[in-house]
Design a protein around this ligand. Structure first.
Ligand code: GAP
Length: 427
């Protein structure tokens, strides 16, 4: 983890937020490669969950909502974690993450557990009193539930159908940590899939398999992924059944995504609290019901960390250490690096021209700094699958070398067919 976090900072994937002021616990920033990787993750999710399906549409709801939302959803009442404090050093911990009654570091006794509320509060408008108090959403899901009737009436969808959303969520976690694994500001990719009540468990089965496969398709090693069913005691206040997609992180098996059968909990709660009818009339079976919900809920940050951990390899090549991120071609931030062998002309001009030609088709980067060996190492470290090297022969034989990240082989290819040769390798 330490080496990965150091690579992430060195190469511009992620780093502590407001680092020049000492950072802020639980908040992280994403650099140029990080933001591209995140966009690729979000695009892959949106493509698979919305664009390639005819039963799912997307929305983008606001982060700050009418606070009645959070009373109705049960968050004001229930969205807490048990907190204990060490009586000696006053550090605070989640009670379910400590063992015994004393702090292992200094032997201090823990206080009795009390419930700590996880929603961030702020004020909307110029008056800072309780009537203006609002929350930063702790999940994107509620923005979907409150829009259920709007989507139903503006589309011709009927259950089973889904509404998807990607967006920021905020939780005042007691113990954020493991770099970007547990954050106080993070991003979720959530689908609320509305189904006839009798079909809920069938759809839970369906979505748990779909979601596990999605991670495999991103190139994550299958043996590092598993599904784990929640015990009855572990279920969230709204859930009737749930599975986690887990990954074997360096700190152990942990949740990557939750897939829950939420029943009619949310729609019924909002119907009761708002007085709006959130039922659906099935005109084929002539029956009215409140749809049940199956919810696959994933984290952009956790997916990013997982992809980086899973891709991270250290190897020895001809007596030298090489660090390589074996990203799949689909999500690699840079797909093709264009490297002139030297800074001399006509190499630089030719390389820049080639990069310009390839840019509409691939995520490319031009680099003419340092020795070619160092540039290959850098591209390996950021997970670029192919490099095109322009050398002194390029001007005369109209060809260039494609170097592969994984096999480290070099193949000479005519410039005329360069794009096709790369397309063949990258798709
Ligand atoms: N709407 C359901 C829901 O929010 P959750 O299990 O609390 O369920 C879903 O969260 C996913 O969101 C998690 O599997 C994780 O990927 C991500 N997530 C939740 N809390 C997070 C945090 N503090 N930091 C980073 N990601 C988080």
């Amino acid at each position: 983890m330490e080496r990965l976090v150091s690579l992430a900072k060195r190469r511009g994937f992620f780093m502590q937020s407001s680092e020049i002021y000492g950072g802020l616990q639980g908040f992280w920033d994403f650099g140029p490669l990080g933001v591209t990787l995140r966009n690729n993750i979000k695009q892959a999710w949106w493509r698979s969950m919305v664009e390639l399906r005819d039963d799912v549409v997307g929305i983008d709801a606001s982060i700050i909502m009418n606070p009645k939302t959070w009373v109705a959803s049960g968050h004001v009442q229930n969205f807490t974690d048990p907190l204990v404090e060490c009586k000696k050093c006053h550090q605070r911990f989640r009670a379910d993450q400590v063992t015994g009654t004393r702090h292992a570091d200094d032997g201090g006794e823990f206080t009795e557990a009390r419930q700590f509320h996880l929603m961030f509060k702020t004020f909307a408008g110029p008056v800072e009193d309780s009537t203006a108090q609002v929350y930063l959403r702790p999940e994107t899901a509620q923005g979907i539930f409150v829009n259920f009737a709007n989507v139903l009436s503006s589309t011709r969808l009927r259950p089973p159908f889904g509404i998807a959303q990607i967006g920021k969520a905020f939780r005042n976690e007691i113990t954020p940590g493991n770099s970007i694994f547990r954050l106080r500001e993070f991003e979720q990719m959530e689908l609320e899939y509305f189904v006839p009540p009798a079909d809920e468990m069938t759809w839970l089965e369906y979505w748990k398999e779909q979601r596990l496969n999605w991670y495999r398709e991103l190139g994550i090693r299958p043996e590092k992924l598993r599904l784990r069913q929640h015990d009855k005691e572990e279920l969230a206040h709204y859930a009737r059944g749930a599975f986690d997609v887990e990954y074997e992180f360096p700190f152990g098996w942990s949740e990557l995504e939750g897939i829950a059968a939420r029943g009619d909990y949310d729609l019924t709660a909002h119907q009761r609290a708002s007085g709006r009818d959130l039922s659906y009339f099935d005109d084929v079976h002539r029956e009215r019901y409140v749809p049940h919900v199956v919810e696959p809920s994933a984290g952009v940050d956790r997916t990013m960390l997982t992809l980086m951990i899973d891709a991270y390899h250290e190897e020895e090549v001809r007596g030298e250490q090489r660090v390589v991120l074996r990203f799949s071609h689909r999500i690699a931030p840079i797909q093709v690096a264009i490297l002139p062998l030297s800074r001399k002309e006509p190499l630089m001009g030719a390389a820049q021209r080639i990069e310009h030609e390839l840019r509409p088709y691939f995520r490319t980067e031009y680099d003419d700094t340092q020795s070619i060996g160092k540039r290959y190492r850098r591209q390996d470290e950021i997970g670029t699958p192919y490099a095109v090297t322009i050398d002194f022969e390029t001007a005369t034989d109209e060809s260039a070398t494609i170097r592969s990240r994984d096999e480290m082989t070099q193949v000479r290819v005519p410039l005329k067919g360069l794009r096709e040769a790369l397309q063949e390798r990258l798709h």
